[in-house]
Design a protein around this ligand. Structure first.
Ligand SMILES: [Zn+2]
Length: 307
């Protein structure tokens, strides 16, 4: 379609270059004909674009819904994502004794929006992304290039924390997984280590947590997560007989993420780098990602990552 349009443009410009009077009539006829063809082609191109837009928008909506945990899987989603305002949750004791599980990810990897588990930090294996990011950082420092440094930073490993929780008012949905960032982790760890509260995960006499989630009011800002311990202790479930059953059906947090071998990570990195071989435009993409003009999917993703 585009080739045809280009052809028309080329022929038309040739037409205007014709100087022989004999050829003018013919050229005019041809030009009229070409103009008609060009209009048709433009019309088809426009319609084609519209179709493409339609497909993309639909895909975007689906992606957004998936990010927000909406749609069919909403009721059965294993993920707990706080709504704006206060939500009471209770951390459920983990089978391995660690209710604040740390998992290390690389983000901003094309085609892996939810992040890629770092083989080095999670499993003590070799990590091609860590290696690449460090090399990039050294290059950026050596040449004093801020863009390269920014790109390196965007690929550095980041920690996400995950806890098994029961959401108050939604106890019948069983144990869900709450993913949060460093700020929320520090708050939680502080409460857990504070002897005043004892074992906040104790099924009989533990303590519920009120999560206050505030969406950003200014563009580009991140949502805020605050946490407060309830004043009174309480059982995990009012029906204490149901507690063992609940705890036997805990989601396996590790199984929620794909473990890639170093070879697979290397292939993922190669694919990303070959998709856009110029480092300059890569860093432009990173810059764009960091600006306030984010798509709603990016915003939803940021919300998912923050807190
Ligand atoms: Zn890594």
């Amino acid at each position: 379609m585009t080739a045809d349009a280009d052809h028309v443009t080329l022929e038309m410009s040739k037409g205007t270059l014709q100087t022989s009077p004999k050829k003018i009539t013919l050229d005019r006829t041809w030009r009229a004909c070409y103009l008609k063809m060009a209009r048709n082609a433009r019309h088809t191109i426009a319609q084609h674009k519209e179709n493409i837009m339609g497909i993309n928008m639909e895909l975007m909506r689906k992606k957004l819904a998936a990010l927000r945990g909406e749609g069919k899987s909403d009721r059965t989603s294993v993920w707990f994502k706080p709504e704006e305002g206060d939500t009471d949750v209770r951390i459920v004791p983990a089978a391995d004794g660690d209710p604040l599980k740390e998992i290390f990810f690389h983000y901003n990897i094309e085609g892996h929006r939810g992040g890629v588990m770092c083989p080095k930090r999670n499993f003590g294996e070799h990590c091609p992304i860590c290696e690449f990011a460090s090399q990039l950082w050294r290059d950026g420092t050596d040449t004093n290039d801020e863009e390269t440094k920014k790109l390196a930073k965007s690929l550095f490993v980041r920690t996400r924390y995950f806890s098994p929780v029961v959401v108050r008012g939604m106890e019948e949905e069983g144990v869900k997984v709450y993913g949060y960032g460093k700020q929320a982790y520090e708050l939680l760890l502080g409460y857990i280590l504070d002897p005043e509260y004892g074992d906040i995960t104790d099924p009989e006499g533990g303590t519920d947590i009120t999560i206050t989630y505030t969406k950003p009011t200014t563009p580009g800002a991140y949502p805020k997560t605050n946490m407060k311990m309830r004043r009174n202790t309480s059982p995990l479930l009012t029906d204490k007989d149901a507690i063992p059953g609940l705890m036997q059906n805990m989601p396996d947090i590790d199984a929620l993420f794909t473990r890639h071998s170093p070879e697979e990570i290397s292939a993922i990195l190669d694919a990303m780098l070959s998709g856009d071989s110029s480092a300059e435009s890569r860093s432009r993409e990173t810059t764009q990602y960091n600006t306030n003009k984010k798509s709603s999917v990016d915003k939803a993703f940021d919300e998912l990552m923050a807190g």
